[in-house]
Design a protein around this ligand. Structure first.
Ligand SMILES: Cc1cc2nc3c(=O)[nH]c(=O)nc-3n(C[C@H](O)[C@H](O)[C@H](O)COP(=O)(O)OP(=O)(O)OC[C@H]3O[C@@H](n4cnc5c(N)ncnc54)[C@H](O)[C@@H]3O)c2cc1C
Length: 400
């Protein structure tokens, strides 16, 4: 595998550190936490010490102040270890991005320092039981009451870090009459007590049902969130009430763009691990008197996998670099997400095939990867939705 050669010294140092962390702390323990579907608390504690919750948060708030490109490189390394670990960081990253891009000074001061250390962690919530792709169909609503507070009612679905988070960046409907509908949505910063299912006191009315049982992507919880008369002060509207009311849709769509780079990096990470496992197994396993890697059919699989890994990484880093340079990267982020998540699925399946019957055994790591990889095809917009985004942006940029 080629080590990407145009990393800065700082990027090399930090990705080597994270790779070592993945080799020593994540990979040897992933099987246990996956099997038990347990939150990997000791790993998360070490990530706090390494500063991994504050990678992109500016130094003035206690973070590392690194760019999206470096963040993508870190996510790749974490995901090579286990995509659930990157899942614990990713919604937190999106929350901190939203604060940095759209938050008021007070909101940044209030949350970012504790987010940088990982003391409080963030979730972000668009999906509902009846919608995922069609975000404008959101039904959860907030109504302003006489005392000035907003009351939120409704049900959210598939909230990654839904239980352990203390902040939920949640998109709700605030103007049901808005036309077009997207002008009637607002992003609230809903505070709650991390790890608590039934919130009380100031957070009463925000409840977290038991985590959803999943095929893979275990350890990190995905939950529903039930808002039942939950009250949120106007100052918790992202950007403040004056600047943020009914601006939530555009804010969230902007955040999804960096979220897509983030998922693309996860695809690169899982594909890289699948390739590593395939390279090892195919040189150890012998059939018909030689290592299976010497059969051309298997060699070609390795070649296709390696090509996909490198192409996915290049697309991902291009999208990240464009965003860091302040250029438009919507189309490129969509391409990176589409290609890298499909590359993750492809490489994992090829690695599984290379393992023969053993790939089907829980004794081999590929079995976990096989259950984990499909998530990347769905989260932050399915492959079909990415194609819609890419197609529309293409037409916009090439209008005749
Ligand atoms: C483990 C997990 C974690 C998640 N975490 C989060 C989270 O933290 N926060 C959050 O908000 N959401 C989260 N999601 C939700 C995720 O974003 C949605 O599942 C995803 O956007 C798809 O939405 P859906 O499941 O409602 O599918 P649907 O939108 O119902 O789509 C069903 C199928 O129809 C296709 N389709 C839909 N519309 C079109 C169209 N116009 N043209 C062509 N095909 C179309 C889709 O591609 C898909 O194949 C998570 C999901 C999972 C599984």
């Amino acid at each position: 595998m080629t080590e990407y050669s145009d990393k800065t010294d700082e990027q090399k140092a930090i990705t080597e550190m994270v790779r070592q962390f993945a080799d020593e702390q994540i990979l040897p323990n992933a099987e246990h936490y996956d099997h038990e579907d347990l939150f990997p608390e000791p790993i998360v504690e070490q990530m706090k010490e390494l500063g991994l919750f504050g990678v992109t948060i500016p130094e003035e708030y206690g973070g590392m102040g690194l760019d999206l490109t470096t963040y993508a490189m870190i996510v790749e390394e974490l995901s090579r270890g286990w995509i659930s670990i990157s899942g614990i960081v990713n919604t937190h990253f999106i929350g901190s991005y939203l604060l940095m891009a759209f938050g008021s000074d007070e909101q940044r001061q209030k949350y970012l320092p504790r987010m940088a250390t990982g003391e409080i962690r963030a979730a972000f919530s668009l999906s509902e039981p009846e919608l995922g792709s069609d975000v404008q169909a959101i039904k959860t609503s907030a109504v302003k009451r006489d005392d000035g507070a907003w009351e939120i009612n409704g049900q959210k679905m598939w909230v990654t870090n839904g239980l352990m988070s203390s902040l939920v960046f949640v998109l709700v409907k605030t103007d049901p009459t808005a036309d077009p509908r997207h002008r009637g949505f607002t992003c609230f910063i809903a505070e709650k007590e991390g790890g608590v299912e039934k919130n009380t006191g100031p957070y009463e009315g925000l409840n977290v049902p038991p985590k959803i049982k999943k095929m893979g992507y275990k350890g990190v919880e995905s939950t529903e969130l039930v808002f039942d008369g939950y009250r949120c002060p106007g100052e918790n509207i992202l950007g403040g009430e004056d600047a943020g009311l009914n601006r939530g849709f555009a804010q969230m769509m902007d955040a999804l763009e960096v979220g897509r780079v983030n998922v693309a990096a996860r695809g690169v990470g899982i594909a890289t691990r699948a390739l590593e496992l395939a390279l090892r197994y195919s040189q150890e396993r012998k059939t018909f008197g030689k290592a299976i890697a010497e059969h051309q059919a298997i060699l070609f699989k390795l070649a296709d996998m390696a090509t996909q890994v490198d192409a996915a990484r290049l697309l991902t880093l291009r999208a990240a670099r464009l965003k860091d340079a302040g250029e438009r990267s919507d189309l490129e982020a969509g391409m990176a997400k589409l290609f890298a998540s499909e590359a993750g699925r492809f490489c994992v399946e090829e690695c599984f095939r290379i393992h023969g019957g053993y790939g089907y055994s829980k004794e081999y790591e590929i079995e976990r990867l096989y259950r984990d990889a499909p998530l990347l095809l769905i989260g932050e917009g399915t492959s079909e939705i990415q194609r819609m985004v890419i197609g529309r942006k293409l037409l916009q940029r090439n209008k005749v």
